[in-house]
Design a protein around this ligand. Structure first.
Ligand code: GAR
Length: 198
């Protein structure tokens, strides 16, 4: 499946997806990485995979999405993985890619939709936090869940420490969840101490 990865920042989830896609048995081929920001660090980490910048700032949402859609189609993209893509997509765009677009979110949905998930998890005093891979639907962070990884909140955790452990879990979860989304899941090897439910 010809896949595009959409990013806005450092692109660590993008790198974990690209590493998985380097395996010829993996069911997705990366054909394009798109950022809505020219300064996204991840753009320098795509190796041989072509990149495109489709700027979103100061632009009407519809114009941005029309340009994004055109760029994706130009590369023959069949499937989209959002990986730290921080721009909310309209219901129109989502409908166009329905069933062909997934996302990674840094919380155990349906808890902590939106931003600042780690700070909010700490403030709420939850003992189990984590990340969720899900299909993208018109409601933000509301699409059907593909898989989740649980990460315990430890005594003395702060936002940075918790975020780092959740991010490490994202890097394990997302490539597996994407493979499942593409209908070609392979048995998970050792998940270590992490609880991983796909
Ligand atoms: C990740 O934690 C991802 O789950 C989150 O942004 C980070 C991007 O990191 N995404 C969202 O919050 C989406 N609403 P990365 O650029 O290193 O992959």
């Amino acid at each position: 499946m010809k896949t595009a990865i959409l990013i806005s920042g450092r692109g660590s989830n993008m790198v974990s997806l690209l590493e998985a896609m380097a395996d010829p048995d993996y069911p997705a081929r990366p054909v394009l990485v798109v950022s809505n920001r020219a300064d996204a660090g991840g753009l320098a980490r795509t190796g041989a995979v072509p990149t495109a910048v489709v700027p979103s700032r100061g632009r009407m949402r519809e114009d941005f999405e029309a340009a994004l859609d055109a760029r994706l189609r130009e590369s023959g993209v069949e499937f989209i993985a959002l990986a730290g893509f921080m721009r909310v997509l309209t219901a129109d765009f989502v409908r166009r890619w329905e069933g062909r677009m997934v996302n990674i979110h840094p919380s155990l949905l349906p808890s902590f939709k939106g931003l600042d998930t780690h700070a909010r998890a700490l403030a709420a005093g939850v003992k189990i936090h984590g990340c969720t891979a899900h299909w993208v639907s018109a409601g933000v962070d509301e699409g059907r869940i593909i898989g989740q990884a649980a990460v315990p909140v430890l005594d003395g955790d702060n936002e940075a420490r918790l975020a780092a452990r959740v991010l490490a879990a994202e890097h394990v979860l997302y490539p597996r969840a994407l493979a499942i989304a593409l209908g070609a899941a392979r048995p998970a090897p050792d998940a270590g101490a992490r609880i991983l439910a796909l």
